[in-house]
Design a protein around this ligand. Structure first.
Ligand SMILES: Nc1ncnc2c1ncn2[C@@H]1O[C@H](COP(=O)(O)OP(=O)(O)OP(=O)(O)O)[C@@H](O)[C@H]1O
Length: 285
């Protein structure tokens, strides 16, 4: 679906944002793209949807270079940017003029998503609140029914009930044919939604791993005091939050926030353990 090989990119020649970045994304998965502020999440997504062009290396989407922006590819991908800008027209008029660009657009699904999000279906879009506008555009993006759906920080501006609805609606919209990428720096927003975690750090993807498989290799928990079995530890008021090897074979729930903190602090024991215990199809560090 998406194949990036040895990507180099920078807004200026002196400051590279990505160096030798490689990444493969497949159908039937929901990817969570995590990275610190300024790591380059939005820029990576722009390379994927053909709004920024590689300086070197390649970025292919649906078998074509993303930068060519072929109509056949654009009809099968939807990019939801972080800042949404809606026109002063009703939702019905917007759909009438825009849905035609997406041959697989599902009008019934749109009505269902808008109702679940409690967005007034006949309102003038620019008169909606920021959160309502965002929910309208998310509903439209999902209803476009494209093979590739790229969402940049979609949960920004959503209240807590809407974040819950967001997770439910996105999960219901996934199929074996679709690939969904969601970027965020609000790691908790993606818990119990994504099945694959991508971490962008230090100009590269340092983790591309299935959450189920990570849970079979790692244990997450609180202890009174971290000992040297911990691959990573964070002090808390009550002791420590730790990541340890999972030798018991019982799958654990992955604490995404703790895992993310460990990866961006470049915890050497965790990096070493993940590299040594890496399934062939995953990429770690
Ligand atoms: N159009 C641009 N021109 C020049 N520099 C840019 C441009 N867009 C982004 N940058 C710079 O590239 C870097 C990465 O920005 P980007 O928005 O991709 O990061 P991000 O991981 O999405 O950040 P955040 O989590 O804060 O949204 C930042 O240092 C930013 O200032």
């Amino acid at each position: 679906m998406v194949r990036i090989r040895n990507l180099y990119f920078g807004y200026s020649k002196r400051v590279p944002l990505f160096q030798d970045l490689s990444l493969t994304l497949e159908r039937g998965r929901i990817y969570g793209l995590l990275g610190k502020n300024g790591a380059g999440k939005s820029t990576l997504l722009k390379n994927i949807v053909g709004l920024a062009f590689p300086v070197a290396g390649s970025c292919e989407v649906l078998g074509q270079p993303a930068a060519r922006r072929l109509p056949s590819v654009l009809a099968d991908l939807f990019f939801l940017p972080e800042e949404v800008d809606v026109p002063t027209v009703t939702a019905a008029r917007f759909v009438e003029h825009t849905a035609g660009f997406y041959p697989k657009f599902d009008h019934e699904a749109l009505a269902r998503y808008l109702s679940e999000f409690e967005v007034p279906a006949h309102a003038v879009l620019s008169a909606l609140s920021f959160g309502q506008q965002k929910k309208f555009v998310i509903a439209f993006a999902l209803a476009a029914n494209t093979s590739l759906l790229v969402m940049d920080e979609p949960t920004n501006g959503l209240d807590i009930p809407s974040k819950v609805q967001f997770r439910k609606i996105v999960a219901s919209a996934l199929s074996d044919e679709r690939c969904v990428i969601i970027s965020t720096h609000q790691v908790r927003d993606l818990e119990s939604l994504i099945d694959t975690v991508l971490v962008l750090h230090g100009q590269r993807i340092v983790l591309n791993a299935d959450l189920g498989e990570l849970g079979e290799r790692l244990r997450f928990g609180s202890v009174p005091e971290a000992d040297d079995t911990a691959l990573y530890a964070e002090r808390t008021a009550l002791g420590a939050q730790v990541i340890r090897p999972n030798h018991g074979g019982v799958p654990e729930r992955v604490d995404l926030e703790l895992l993310f903190n460990a990866l961006v602090s470049e915890a050497p024991a965790l990096a070493h353990y993940l590299t040594q215990n890496q399934p062939a199809h995953e990429s770690v560090l």
